[in-house]
Design a protein around this ligand. Structure first.
Ligand code: SAJ
Length: 438
C-alpha cells in the first residue's frame, strides 16, 4: 500500500519541525506533487507561513506560499492529524545541555506528541543528528507504547539531515541521502520515498549505521579543524605562517583536504555533534580520546586569541585593561547571520573580563540579544558603524569572522593595530606592520 502511494504520489507526507531542515523537505515534496502536512509546536511559525511570510532568511516565503495556496502544504499545530500521514519525517533540534550532554528533550516530546496518533502502515523517519541507538532504542520505545510493533505495524527509519543553509553548490535535492531502517521492507519504502525528491539515496544496513554516518561526517571536520588550530599555535612559536603552509599543502592533488585555523569552533553542528558519540561511547566503556582532545584544542584556541590580543597591545606599550577593542564579526562563520555557539561571544566575554571595553561590527547581525539558554551571555550590544574615523578610534581591531563584505585594506589603513584570526588580511599590501596574526 505505502509503496504504491509513494509511487503515484498520493502518499500524504508529514514533516514535523518546520525549521531549516523541515521546510526544504516540505518544499521538495510539495513541488513533486505530494500533499504535505507540516507540524510545528510553535503556532507563530504556522501563522507566519499561512500569512505567506518566511522566518528563515535563506528560504523565501514564495516557495511555501505557492504550495499553501495550492493546498499542497498544510501547516498545523494539531498533532492529531499525524494519523492522516502515510510517512512522517521528524526534523527537530538535538542540542547539548549545560553539561555538554545530549539534550533529547525535543526528540522525546515530539515522539510523545506523535505516538498517540501513529497507526498501522505508516513510515516514520528521524532526521535529527543523534547518537547511534536513538532510533531503535529511544524512538522505538516511545512509539511502541500504544501496542504497535516497530518493523511490523509501522516502518521505523533513520535518515540524517545534511542541510547546509546558504550552500550555493548543493541543495536538498542534490545532496545524497543516507537511509537506514529496522527492516528490509522499511528500507525499500524509505528509499522509494526519498528517491521521489532526492537525486541519490544511500541505503545502509541499519539505523545505527546511518546515525553514525552523520556523526562521522561532522567529527571529521571537528578533528581536522582542531589539528590546524593546534598547528597554528605551534607555528606562532616557530614563527611560521600556518596559512601559507596549508595553502602549499593544498597543492597536493590527492590525500589532503584543507581546513583553516580560526578563533574557535562555532555553529550548532560541528562543536555539538561529536559529543553525542562521546556520551554514547561511555555506555560501551570506551573513551573517544580524539573527539575530547579536539574539543579541548578548539576551546583553547579562543584563549590563545585573547593572549595574542594582549601581546599586540603590549607591543604598543598598552595594557588590555582599559583598552578599546573593536571586534569584526559576531556570526560563527562568514557571510551568515547565525550566532549559535559563535566563538565571538566567548571572546567578547573574555576580553571584557580582562578589563577591555569591547564593541563589535557585523553586517549580518545588527544587535546581539540575550543568546540561547545554553550560554548565559547577555550583552545587549548593537553593531557599530564601520567608518574610517570609528575604526581609528579603537586601540585594536580584532577580526573574528571574515565576512566577504569587509574592505580589509581600509580596515588596516585606518586601524591602529589589527589582530587577524582568519588570515582575512592576506591580500592587504599596506601597513602590514600593524597586523598581528592570531
Ligand atoms: N571552521 C574553521 N576552519 C575550517 C572550517 C570551519 O575554523 O576550516 C569553523 C567555522 O568558522 C565555524 C565552525 O568551524 O565556526 C563550523 O563551520 P562549518 O564550515 O563546519 O559549518 P557548519 O557549522 O555550518 O557545518 C555545516 C554542517 N552541515 C551539516 O551538519 C548538515 C557540516 O557537516 C558541513 O560540512 C558544513 O555545514 C559545510 O560544509 O558548510
Amino acid at each position: 500500500m505505502l509503496r504504491e502511494k509513494i509511487v503515484d504520489k498520493t502518499a500524504i507526507v508529514g514533516v514535523v519541525g518546520l525549521g531549516y531542515v523541515g521546510l526544504p523537505l516540505v518544499i521538495e515534496f510539495g513541488n513533486k506533487g505530494f500533499t504535505v502536512l507540516g507540524f510545528d509546536i510553535d503556532p507563530k511559525k504556522v501563522k507566519l507561513l499561512m500569512e505567506h511570510k518566511s522566518y528563515i532568511k535563506h528560504i523565501s516565503a514564495d516557495k511555501t506560499a505557492k504550495l499553501i495556496d495550492e493546498k499542497r502544504f498544510i501547516p498545523t499545530s494539531d498533532y492529531s492529524r499525524i494519523s492522516e500521514c502515510d510517512a512522517i519525517l521528524i526534523c527537530v533540534p538535538t542540542p547539548l545541555n549545560h553539561h555538554r550532554e545530549p539534550d533529547m528533550s525535543y526528540v522525546v516530546s515530539t515522539c510523545e506528541s506523535i505516538s498517540p496518533y501513529l497507526r498501522k502502515g505508516q513510515l516514520v523517519s528521524l532526521e535529527s543528528t543523534t547518537y547511534p541507538g536513538t532510533t531503535d532504542e529511544l524512538v522505538k520505545e516511545i512509539f511502541e507504547r500504544n501496542n504497535l510493533v516497530a518493523g511490523k505495524d509501522f516502518y521505523l527509519v533513520y535518515s540524517p539531515e545534511r542541510e547546509d543553509p546558504g550552500n550555493k553548490d548543493f541543495s536538498t535535492s542534490t545532496i545524497p541521502k543516507v537511509v537506514g531502517a529496522m527492516t528490509p521492507e522499511g528500507l525499500e519504502n524509505a528509499v522509494a520515498l526519498y528517491d521521489a525528491i532526492i537525486g541519490k539515496t544511500v541505503p545502509v544496513s541499519s539505523t545505527r549505521a546511518a546515525e553514525l554516518t552523520k556523526l562521522l561526517e561532522n567529527i571529521y571536520r571537528n578533528i581536522n579543524i582542531a589539528l590546524v588550530n593546534e598547528l597554528k599555535m605551534l607555528c606562532d612559536r616557530m614563527n611560521v605562517n600556518i596559512w601559507e603552509v596549508i595553502d602549499a599543502a593544498s597543492t597536493k592533488p590527492f590525500g589532503f583536504h584543507a581546513f583553516y585555523p580560526g578563533p574557535g569552533l562555532g555553529g550548532h553542528c560541528i562543536p555539538i555533534d561529536p559529543f553525542y558519540l562521546t556520551w554514547k561511547a561511555r555506555e560501551y566503556d570506551f573513551q573517544t580520546k580524539f573527539i575530547e582532545l579536539a574539543g579541548e584544542i578548539n576551546n583553547n584556541v579562543t584563549y590563545f586569541v585573547v593572549q595574542k590580543v594582549m601581546d599586540a597591545l603590549n607591543h604598543s606599550k598598552k595594557s588590555i585593561n582599559g583598552s578599546k577593542i573593536l571586534m569584526l564579526g559576531m556570526a560563527y562563520k562568514k557571510d551568515i547571520d547565525d550566532l549559535r555557539e559563535s566563538p565571538s561571544l566567548k571572546l567578547l566575554e573574555l576580553l571584557r573580563e580582562k578589563g577591555a571595553s569591547v564593541e563589535y561590527n557585523d553586517p549580518y547581525i545588527p544587535s546581539v540579544p540575550k543568546v540561547s539558554p545554553m550560554r548565559n551571555y547577555d550583552f545587549h550590544l548593537q553593531s557599530v558603524e564601520l567608518t574610517p574615523e570609528n575604526i581609528a578610534s579603537y586601540d585594536l581591531v580584532l577580526i573574528v569572522t571574515d565576512h566577504s563584505d569587509y574592505d580589509y585594506s581600509e580596515i588596516v589603513e585606518n586601524a591602529r593595530i589589527v589582530v587577524d584570526t582568519r588570515n582575512a588580511t592576506k591580500n592587504v599590501k599596506i601597513s602590514r606592520d600593524k597586523i598581528f596574526m592570531a
